[in-house]
Design a protein around this ligand. Structure first.
Ligand SMILES: Nc1ncnc2c1ncn2[C@@H]1O[C@H](COP(=O)(O)OP(=O)(O)OP(=O)(O)O)[C@@H](O)[C@H]1O
Length: 314
């Protein structure tokens, strides 16, 4: 049995419209499925656990944005049972869809989910009793995630398919007042002292904040997280360097450092917000651990070229 969890308000109402497209197609094909709609934040996780434990769902599809993906995957992980994850993108940023090559056409994405194709295992990032599937970040970008989630402009920009502009507006707003601070980063027991850190991003996929390429080398099935640190730049230098992240050309900038590893600790001289997949999950100090090959997913198209593919016995 297959289950769908639909966030009707994702992408400013796109979730509802996408489901209206998917449902007749599923019925037309005689597919056996259950559907649950979310009515509030946090519910997708609870519904995922219920569908798996009470209804015996073996494949669970999140229809929504990255927040819905985050909650559904957390539900699968907390259910204690094996369940394959699939996704039909209907959000504003849709980083998961970008990072995994999920088609933006909902019917094409559904076709991939329904076809009997390979499933593969991806890594997850564990933090504060939760998992992140895309990325974790602290510093300026966690504040940006907070501001974007709270912002009214996110709604109306979504209406014009300008979801990523909402993120850029938030970056500029936060940048005006944000004060970088000293951070101690420990990666696999190696300590790094970072002065004037603007942000630290830990990535499982290259995409971030609605399509930016914060860690262009990140791959969800390579057994390690990629870490990008931006530090010791003036406000103006940061603003000038920021557009480079869209193409991933910030990698050669003198204020940008990269690390990779499986165990990360972040301590900061002041308490910094931390986000996981764009949802606030706490404040520093935090420990993050990579859980290798932890979640089975079904892709609609050929996705990430890098990393080793692993077949899943389901
Ligand atoms: N019925 C609902 N009403 C209000 N909020 C909801 C409802 N259902 C889910 N949510 C919350 O909506 C938030 C946003 O959802 P989601 O991230 O899927 O869409 P998005 O923000 O438009 O896309 P993206 O994260 O890709 O930018 C999530 O935090 C989720 O918990």
């Amino acid at each position: 049995m297959m289950g769908f969890i639909v966030n009707p308000v994702s992408g400013n109402g796109k979730g509802k419209k996408v489901w209206e497209l998917l449902e007749p197609t599923l019925r037309g094909q005689g597919a056996r499925f259950l559907m649950r709609q979310t009515s509030r934040q946090g519910e997708a996780q609870k519904l995922a656990i219920e569908l798996i434990q009470k209804e015996g769902v073996k494949k669970l599809i999140a229809v929504g944005g990255d927040g819905t993906v985050h909650e559904v995957i957390n539900g699968i992980q907390q259910s204690g049972q094996t369940c394959v994850f699939g996704h039909v993108a209907a959000g504003s940023g849709n980083d998961y869809a970008r990072g995994h090559g999920v088609p933006f056409d909902p019917l094409e994405a559904l076709e991939g989910i329904l076809s009997d194709q390979d499933e593969r295992l991806i890594d997850l990032l564990y933090i504060n009793g939760r998992v992140a599937v895309n990325s974790i970040g602290t510093g300026l970008d966690a504040l940006v995630a907070k501001k974007t989630n709270e912002a009214r402009y996110k709604g109306w920009l979504n209406r014009y398919r300008l979801g990523r502009v909402a993120y850029i507006i938030s970056v500029i707003r936060v940048l005006c007042s944000y004060c970088p601070c000293h951070v101690t980063l420990t990666v696999d027991n190696q300590k790094y002292s970072i002065p004037n850190a603007w942000l630290i991003a830990l990535a499982n996929i290259p995409n971030y904040g609605g399509g930016m390429l914060i860690c262009p080398d990140a791959a969800p099935d390579d057994g390690e997280m990629k870490i990008c640190v931006i530090h010791s730049l003036s406000r103006l230098q940061f603003l000038l360097a920021f557009p480079k992240i869209f193409r991933g050309t910030h990698v050669s900038h003198s204020g940008v450092l990269f690390y990779s590893g499986r165990q990360v600790q972040i301590q900061a001289e002041k308490s910094l917000f931390v986000h996981a997949d764009g949802e606030l999950v706490g404040k520093t100090p935090v420990n993050i651990e990579l859980l290798a090959a932890r979640q089975a997913i079904c892709d609609a198209t050929d996705p990430i070229q890098s990393g080793q593919r692993k077949r899943v016995p389901v």
